[in-house]
Design a protein around this ligand. Structure first.
Ligand code: FAD
Length: 166
């Protein structure tokens, strides 16, 4: 989680990072997420002056760096975020002017950075069976691990299991 001192002009709420050299897999502005019943005041920036961005490391990068100190991980992911923002000011896919890039980079606040390792965040590989249902025993299981490892997969997994049961 990266804290920025002020709102940014970044023209997106989230982005997949399709750059093999970057440790980042995707980044997301916390306030652009749908409100969650488990979201606390420390993880939302909707009422704050600044902005919070979640920087997700690539699974492969995180596996290599899982024993690193959180401060080192936070510094590397922050550096990758800065590089990503800087690249948005460069041709051919210019999204930001150079002054907008400088403004965003100047908003990064070093003390407002926190790194957390979700060791088992992603099922690799997910089963991709949708759900499992044993009608004889009346037992069913569902979740993102059955269906693509993402939240929409979890939703569809539960939906499909319910359909199979009813
Ligand atoms: C850091 C992080 C950020 C993410 N951000 C996003 C995002 O912005 N957008 C997005 O689409 N997806 C995001 N995801 C992915 C998303 O959270 C998952 O795909 C989704 O939560 C999977 O839903 P699920 O119901 O399969 O599992 P979970 O949400 O993990 O639910 C499983 C539940 O089972 C409970 N449980 C486990 N074991 C037991 C037990 N023995 N007894 C009783 N209860 C148990 C757990 O406590 C948990 O409540 C993120 C994942 C992580 C790790």
């Amino acid at each position: 989680m990266l804290g920025l001192r002020d709102k940014t002009s970044l023209p997106f709420g989230g982005a997949f990072v399709n750059d093999d050299t970057s440790p980042l897999s995707w980044v997301c502005k916390q306030s652009s997420k749908a409100p969650s019943t488990t979201t606390t005041s420390t993880t939302t920036d909707s009422t704050q002056q600044g902005e919070a961005w979640v920087l997700h490391g690539k699974a492969s990068w995180s596996a290599t760096h899982q024993d690193d100190q959180p401060e080192k991980v936070a510094a590397e992911l922050t550096s990758a975020f800065k590089k990503l923002v800087a690249s948005m000011g460069q041709a051919p896919n210019t999204l930001l002017t150079s002054s907008e890039v400088d403004k965003v980079l100047s908003l990064v606040v070093t003390p407002a950075i926190h790194a957390h390792l979700w060791r088992y965040a992603i099922a690799t590989p997910p089963l991709n069976v949708g759900y499992m249902w044993d009608p004889e025993r009346g037992v069913g299981v569902c979740g993102d691990w059955c269906n693509g490892s993402k939240v929409e997969g979890a939703f569809m997994s539960g939906y499909l299991l319910a359909k199979a049961m009813l």
